[in-house]
Design a protein around this ligand. Sequence first.
Ligand code: RP5
Length: 162
Amino acid sequence: MKKVGIVMGSDSDLPVIQKATSLLKELDVPFEVHVYSAHRTPEQARLFSEQARANGFGVLIAAAGMAAHLAGAIAANTTLPVIGIPCKGPVLDGLDALLSTVQMPSGIPVATVGVGNGANAALLAAEILAVEDSDLAERLRRKRERDTIAVLEKDAGIAERL
Ligand code: RP5
């Protein structure tokens, strides 16, 4: 099975990445995590994305904050799908990273999820791999079912909380 490659610009992005890795574990999807920065370790980031397809990855996730060019830099060196997660920085509440990640000029796409939304990045990565993997598609379907039941249980209990 193809792996999900996860890159974060700094270990300060780890809480966001943990939301992704716990979901990938739940879905039994293999992954590998690295700390590579587009500006602090550009060579390592480039090599990782250049070699990702040959190294067994099917989709990449890149998380970064502030002037978040990591996802775009990763996408520039591979034709694997790249999912960007904008992370909150010390100012602007993540709007800086959101715009830096989502506003890719035409030609090099980055599928951007919401600020800090590691969970959606993992689900989207799993859905991409599930295009060619019916067992994973079934695990995704069962997860949706569990999530639906959890909401219905909240609905059943909401009146008691008022
Ligand atoms: C980005 O700068 C990282 O992705 C992180 O979100 C932000 C701050 O990094 P640190 O100064 O915490 O290492 O490159």
